[in-house]
Design a protein around this ligand. Sequence first.
Ligand code: HEM
Length: 529
Amino acid sequence: MWSSMWDASNEKHGDLKAGLTIFIVIMTAVGFWFLQTWNKHSRNPKQGSLLPGPRGVPLLGYLPFFGTNHHHLLTDLSRVYGPIYRIQLGTKLGIVVSSPSLVKEVVRDKDTIFFNRDLTVAQRILSNGGSDIIFGTDVPKWRKMRKMLVSQMLCKTNLDDCYALRKQEVVKSIRHVYNEKIGTPIDFGQFAMSATFNTFLRMLWGGTLQEEKAFDVGSEFRKVAAETLWLLQRGNVSDFFPVLARFDIQGIRSRAKKLLSVTENMLDSIIETQMNKDQNEGVPKKDEGKGFLQLLLENTINQDSATSLTMKQVKALLSDIVVGGNDTTSRIMEWAMSELMQHPNEMRKVQEELTEIVGINNLVEEFHLPKLHYLDAVIKETFRLHPVVPLLAPRCSSQSTTIGGYYIPKGSIVFLNAWAIHRDSSVWDDPLEFRPPRFLNTDTSNSFGYQGNKFHYLPFGSGRRICPGIPLADRMLLYVLASFLHSFEWTLPNDATVDLSDKFGIVTKKKAPLIVVPTPRLSNLELYA
Ligand code: HEM
């Protein structure tokens, strides 16, 4: 995603700076051309007024001033320049939108114009030329893949069917904490990340992969997914100055190509294993449901070209699920836990609800989830204060148009600043306070969901390109968090405090990890066995 282009860590930021230095020398040669581009962006008042925005420096635009926490910077700038402004990023023109009504104009009223993405070098390579959903811009192909994901893999029936797979992994995590971590400080983010990752993989392969093989595949996939995310968020000079792409100054293109080849080989081998299984071996146990891969392979055998996917698309979809779903889901768990540790009263209410609905002599089951209203409100409030994808997935205008009466040239990159909107005092009462009851509204006409229909609450985006993973993310968040909060009491190590500051990235995370100490909470210790 474009928001990830300027990575937050110092190491990577330094890397971008080094690239920029080399670049400045080369850029003298193309400066003339750049100025022409600048003029083109600035002088076309025919269709609307010119946008305000901060002044940058020649050639680089505002790039040198970005610092590390880009969502904070863009929010600060919106206080100066208003809910829509322009920002020059090398040769690219960025448009930053931070009001609900203007978001609506982009994602609903003009959704066909803002359907596209402006792919970076790494995005184009790692998505195999945009053959996945996240980076895909070919509408018929994108639609076919989304349909497969939403109406077959993540439909209620299939998610219900593979509950047993999720449960096995969550119970394994609980057992692991009970056997090895009681009374010791653990990094909750890492713990949530492992539990989520293992659960995702279990749903991908279903119940058919041997445990040992599943473990090896899991470790490899985890490495590949982490590197993909890392590479996607490295700043790359070529993205701001495409004319330099052929020089691959920072080596990002070659590294992405190597990574794609490793990923493809790994997925090919998994797919082959799955296809070579003899029929009995491949049939899931009665209560386990089909894994996503099996569903996908059945779909490719289907000869109906209107619905069937190619192998390239199958692999792209598997990657999307892991890359798009794992970090986001586990990071929000860490944020929710951090807010609960910071607000013991809220923690008490959540645990009282769990005791009442689940019972202290039982483990949480998915059928309990619809009754866990307070926990649901805690998660929603966490998403409001800490939308883990703060600038959503930036869109690109496929033709010149207007937003809010301002002229937007073709090819502009539009950032929808959900982080700013979620913290805007003209939209929310006491926006900086963690107050879950604001999501407890029993009046259904006024209640909040994740569907992005209220343009002031956008943790999963909105419009045609809204996150298709919501049904799975919603279940996983509630189920995993409820299980951890019900099974254990969590305390901070002596003298520790909770640091709620954040660090921008493709998925925004906590600056300092949350370290907590678990002790058993259930009265029947056999439940941990
Ligand atoms: C807490 C969990 C998650 C969060 C916060 C999240 C957030 C988002 C956001 C903000 C977008 C961009 C939407 C927009 O620009 O309007 C997005 C897109 C996407 N997400 Fe998620 N997501 C999560 C989980 C998942 C899961 C579990 C999956 C897969 C099973 C997934 C797959 C995708 C895909 C494929 C897209 C691209 C959609 C498109 O471009 O058409 N996400 N997500």
